[in-house]
Write a protein that binds this ligand. Structure first.
Ligand code: ADP
Length: 264
């Protein structure tokens, strides 16, 4: 399913395809003079087993859209769904449960607990939820991210790339319906970054995972199946099977089109 506006919105009443869906999603911060429309009536679907990158200039609403769709922030108007569950109007308790049981997160800053070793960090969300991980799956995830030799190490004993691999394994371990990443490779050098992005892509191709990540890096975006471009809180474009050059060209064209008249 693709990004859409207005009348197309109700045609797609989550048909079982989308892992996450926004319809006319609007998020407004502040009031009066400080009022900011961070996300402006966005309709977008993230299909199952698809890897999507969200791009756009700083302040275009990427993080806000992702946070609203992941249940990390409340919505001002419209709809956001994970699978068949409408997030708008869910109580804090239900939202917490949903994030814990159905969504995986990867942040730029890894967010690992320093006193726990790698394996304990990977298992933490399931331990908190009182769920037992599927042992075969857990081993597969650990092997795929190449952490077998590092499971007893604490975060401080691991490189940035290794810490992020722990965070990716933690997000995957519970087989969430969807994984959201906020610049997941923003703190990594290009080699570690390529490893993590390649791994996320494999998790989509081979394990059927659904991944949505915010990035400003065209190379990172080229690992995705699709790029959704935002500007001023709206979806302004989309690209499938992106290449880094293609993404860069799209960004440049957009900048030229939207440059103020006196620039040109
Ligand atoms: P991006 O991720 O694309 O850089 P954001 O989603 O962080 O953009 O921000 C979109 C707009 O919303 C910006 O104008 C930003 O200043 C504003 N904004 C984001 N978070 C808050 C907040 N908690 N309070 C007030 N304004 C916010």
């Amino acid at each position: 399913m693709r990004a859409s506006h207005g009348s197309e919105a109700h045609e797609v009443d989550n048909d079982g395809q989308a892992a996450a869906q926004a319809r006319e999603l609007t998020k407004i911060y502040g009031e009066g003079e400080t009022r900011v429309i961070a996300v402006d009536q966005v309709s977008v679907d993230f299909r199952r087993a698809e890897y999507t990158a969200i791009m756009g200039p700083s302040g275009s609403g990427k993080s806000t859209l992702m946070h609203c769709m992941a249940g990390l922030d409340t919505i001002t108007a419209g709809s956001a769904r994970i699978g068949g569950t409408e997030l708008n109007g869910l109580s804090d308790r239900r939202l917490t449960q949903l994030r814990r049981d159905r969504v995986g997160f990867i942040f730029q800053s890894y967010n690992l607990l320093p006193m726990l070793n790698a394996l304990e960090n990977i298992r933490l969300p399931m331990d908190v939820a009182g769920r037992r991980p599927d042992p075969v799956w857990l081993q597969q995830v650990i092997d795929t991210v190449g952490l077998r030799e590092r499971l007893r190490h604490r975060p401080a004993q691991l490189s940035g790339g290794q810490q992020q691999r722990v965070a990716v394994a933690r997000a995957l371990a519970g087989k969430p319906e969807i994984i959201f990443g906020d610049e997941p490779t923003g703190n990594l050098d290009s080699r570690a970054s390529a490893e993590i992005l390649g791994f996320l892509r494999n998790s989509v191709r081979e394990l059927g995972q659904t991944v949505v990540m915010v990035t400003h890096d065209p190379v990172a975006a080229s690992y995705a199946d699709r790029v959704v471009f935002l500007a001023d809180g709206r979806v302004v474009g989309e690209m499938t099977s992106p290449t880094a050059e293609g993404v860069l060209g799209h960004i440049r064209r957009f900048e030229v089109q939207h440059a103020s008249p006196r620039d040109g």
